[in-house]
Design a protein around this ligand. Structure first.
Ligand code: ZN
Ligand code: ZN
Length: 380
């Protein structure tokens, strides 16, 4: 599907929800939502969507890029002497007395006050998640880009793991992953990789440090690539299972405990059980509950301290969330991470994360790296 077709379908879907939200037009201010609806990859630009027109409001830096990326859209380019809010007021003013939806998550109180004082004919209506709801279900073009982002991340991981040596630091591993993903075609990492050796793996949002991985029995690697705007997100937890006498380097090295092996197997069991129930119509919170039940059976319920997963797309974390609080129901076309984890402060942490596409018939696991402990060895 071309970008033009994609954006006209998306704009049509947005317009179809105007009645439900009791609005006649919509001011889109969220940068990612602007990109999703228009195909425009720049920043500092807004969209005004009416039932029969779409106008992108931008500035002179982007005239050429707008013509290339969204030639079908009307453009309103502000002069450098004019504030964006005044361009918005001018365009909204031309619509007359209308009910205009605005995105409550990106319009500040100051901007809202300006909109009200400068557009006196408009009736402003707060909206939440109108475009984000459309973004939850990916079209074929988006799924292809996510597959590519996953492939890049996996190739980087496969090239780096065999090279790990005790003198590598967490930070070096993170940099090596990122630069390899860029060499393979990623525009960047989709987020700052979490590389936690040994006890650091117990911190779910750890930032890698310049400490060597020597003598760490385990290594948690959470990473992803961004390809043409779309993110992948994968976690593997590696463990050293070799007895010290046969370790590759001939030196004494730490090996994972039986407790680690049991916990790793339990996390994998929870992940597989959760993936197994994913299908259109299933409440997202039920999938979270399945993973929690499996971990509870192994006495690990208290160690699973976060939600089971989140949507990926133009953002690394987007709707739907899979947690006990989730109100969403799975639908074909959603791409969601499944990432149960257990964390023991001062000891170790284990997380296993894959990217899963909900399909008409159930689900397809898009990521493919081996994930049993035997598939995730530290050899050094
Ligand atoms: Zn992750
Ligand atoms: Zn994630």
């Amino acid at each position: 599907m071309t970008e033009c077709h994609a954006s006209s379908n998306r704009l049509a879907s947005l317009r179809a929800s105007f009645d439900e939200h009791e609005i006649d037009a919509m001011l889109v201010t969220d940068e990612i939502n602007v990109r999703y609806l228009s195909g425009f990859t720049g920043d500092s630009s807004y969209l005004i969507v009416t039932p029969d027109d779409t106008c992108i409001l931008s500035d002179g830096r982007y005239t050429t890029q707008l013509a290339q990326e969204c030639p079908e859209l009307r453009t309103a380019i502000r002069l450098s002497s004019k504030a964006m809010i005044d361009l918005v007021a001018e365009q909204i003013g031309e619509l007359g007395p209308r009910r205009i939806g605005f995105e409550a998550s990106t319009v500040s109180v100051a901007m809202f006050n300006s909109l009200q004082s400068k557009c006196t004919a408009a009736k402003w209506k707060e909206t939440v998640g109108m475009v984000e709801r459309l973004r939850m279900v990916k079209d074929a073009g988006e799924i292809a880009l996510i597959r590519r982002a996953i492939d890049i991340a996996e190739r980087a991981y496969r090239s780096i793991v065999p090279k790990l040596r005790p003198n590598w630091t967490e930070l070096e591993i993170a940099h090596e992953l990122e630069s390899t993903m860029r060499l393979l075609g990623a525009e960047s990492a989709s987020f700052a990789a979490i590389i936690g050796s040994g006890v650091s793996g117990a911190l779910p949002h750890y930032r890698p440090r310049p400490v060597t991985i020597a003598d760490s029995a385990s290594l948690l690697m959470d990473f992803g690539a961004k390809y043409k705007g779309y993110a992948s997100d994968i976690t593997r937890t590696l463990g050293n299972q070799q007895a010290p006498s046969v370790a590759y380097s001939g030196r004494s090295s730490s090996v994972v405990s039986d407790r680690f092996k049991q916990a790793h197997a339990a996390v994998l069991e929870a992940q597989l059980a959760a993936i197994d129930v994913m299908a259109p119509g299933v409440p997202a919170k039920d999938v979270d509950a399945i993973a929690r039940e499996v971990l509870a059976k192994h006495g690990l319920a208290d160690a699973f301290v976060h939600g089971l997963g989140h949507g990926i797309g133009l953002q690394i974390h987007e709707s739907p969330r899979m947690s006990a609080l989730s109100q969403e129901t799975l639908a074909a076309g959603m791409v969601i991470t499944v990432e149960p984890g257990v964390y023991f402060e001062g000891e170790f942490g284990i997380r296993i994360e894959d990217d899963v596409l909900v399909t008409d018939g159930g689900r397809e696991v898009l990521s493919s790296l081996g994930k049993g402990l035997d598939d995730c060895p530290i050899l050094m």
